[in-house]
Design a protein around this ligand. Structure first.
Ligand code: ADP
Ligand code: MG
Length: 356
């Protein structure tokens, strides 16, 4: 018998706790890449390259031209709950960065082999750092590097043998999810060029996502999904709706009536709160339901950014920050329904059918 009433209750050793808990922030391949890309965006990068080997199973490298990391932070970087982004809980209310918990790099160290190459504009040369699973620096050397940071994550999940086996077995599914998360960032990031390449076996590198760093979401939709898909979308702009006393704006694109993307529900639906990619299942349901009333064979695509005061929602609900709690969700859904009904109104439907 293991852990029965007679066994002594004792503290789990620190390294084991770290390994157990790290799996909550970096649940899968997509979460690992998402955390790294968010760090690059937070560092003000305008160019982010994600380079994968074997769909990310062997190596994930995220290189940016952001601020770089200063030598004082080489160690703090991989320590749990060390962040340069907030220092008090109240800072969460006015948060403008993606990160705020200082957990990602510490978790990635526990779950893979991490190395970082970085240079700030104050330094003449770059530095390469290697970290062990506890986040301690094991080697440091000078290397050539333009200003910015490259984080390399090798053999993700290898320290957890069971998880690793499942990971490599399901790598194509994990990779699919990674691409859709990267698409979410690539679509919304204005003025940031995002490129993702993958190398499989001895074949060359193929580019799987590429944006040009345009200042418009429409251009990003065109580069990510192609001009044909973009042409099936209609702009949706709701300015200054009053929702429960808060001013809310919605900006983005939805499928034109009669020109859905013909895929499974939820596929190609991207929701954002103040530019942060999030899951909004109730809004997705609303959209599908309205769309279905006149187009039963397809699902709508959507790229919708909801802009609202930072104190009217919480992102600190789940470890991956994908779930948000909108304080006035019910009121918002009512307002959005009315707005969408006017996009998908019957007379407009006729108009659209003649124009697709
Ligand atoms: P968080 O993003 O919540 O602060 P992370 O573990 O993701 O926590 O990162 C820890 C710290 O490392 C960040 O606060 C930031 O100062 C620094 N950092 C991580 N990645 C980068 C990067 N690409 N460029 C510059 N600084 C970075
Ligand atoms: Mg982070």
């Amino acid at each position: 018998m293991v852990g029965g009433g007679g066994s002594k209750i004792q503290r789990i050793d620190k390294a084991a706790i770290h390994r157990i808990c790290s799996g909550q922030v970096v649940l899968d391949l997509a979460a690992a890449v998402k955390e790294l890309v968010e760090n690059s965006l937070d560092a003000g990068a305008t160019n982010i390259e994600i380079r994968l080997k074997e769909y990310g199973a062997v190596l994930i490298e995220v290189a940016d031209n952001g601020s770089g990391i200063s030598p004082d932070n080489y160690q703090g970087l991989t320590l749990k709950y060390h962040t340069s982004k907030i220092s008090e809980f109240s800072d969460l209310q006015s948060l403008s960065s993606f990160g705020f918990r200082g957990e990602a790099l510490s978790s990635l160290c526990a779950l893979s082999n991490v190395s970082v190459t970085t240079r700030t504009k104050e330094e003449a040369i770059g530095t390469r750092l290697d970290y062990d699973h506890s986040g301690a620096i094991t080697s440091q050397q000078s290397v050539a590097r333009a200003v910015g940071t490259t984080v390399a994550v090798a053999k993700l999940f290898a320290p957890l043998p069971v998880r690793h086996k499942e990971f490599t077995r399901n790598i194509r599914r994990e990779y699919g999810r990674l691409l859709s998360i990267l698409q979410a960032y690539a679509l919304i990031a204005k003025g940031v060029r995002i490129v993702c390449t993958n190398q499989v076996g001895k074949s060359g590198r193929s580019t799987v996502i590429q944006t040009q760093g345009s200042g418009s979401v429409k251009d990003n939709v065109i580069t990510v999904f192609g001009i044909k898909t973009a042409a099936c979308l209609e702009p949706l702009e709701l300015s200054a709706m009053d929702v429960g006393g808060q001013s809310v704006k919605v900006e983005g694109f939805v499928s034109k009536p009669g020109a859905g993307c013909g895929r499974a529900s939820g596929d190609r639906q991207f929701f954002y709160v103040n530019g942060r990619p999030v899951d909004l299942p109730k809004i997705s349901r609303l959209l599908n339901e309205l769309y279905r009333s006149f187009n039963s064979s397809q699902c709508p695509m959507a790229v919708l950014n909801i802009m609202l005061p930072t104190q009217s929602y919480d992102v600190n609900v789940t470890p991956d920050k994908r779930k948000v709690f909108l304080h006035m969700e019910a009121d918002f859904i009512v307002s959005l329904r009315t707005a969408l009904e006017s996009v998908y109104a019957p007379d407009k439907y006729k108009y659209a059918l003649n124009n697709v």
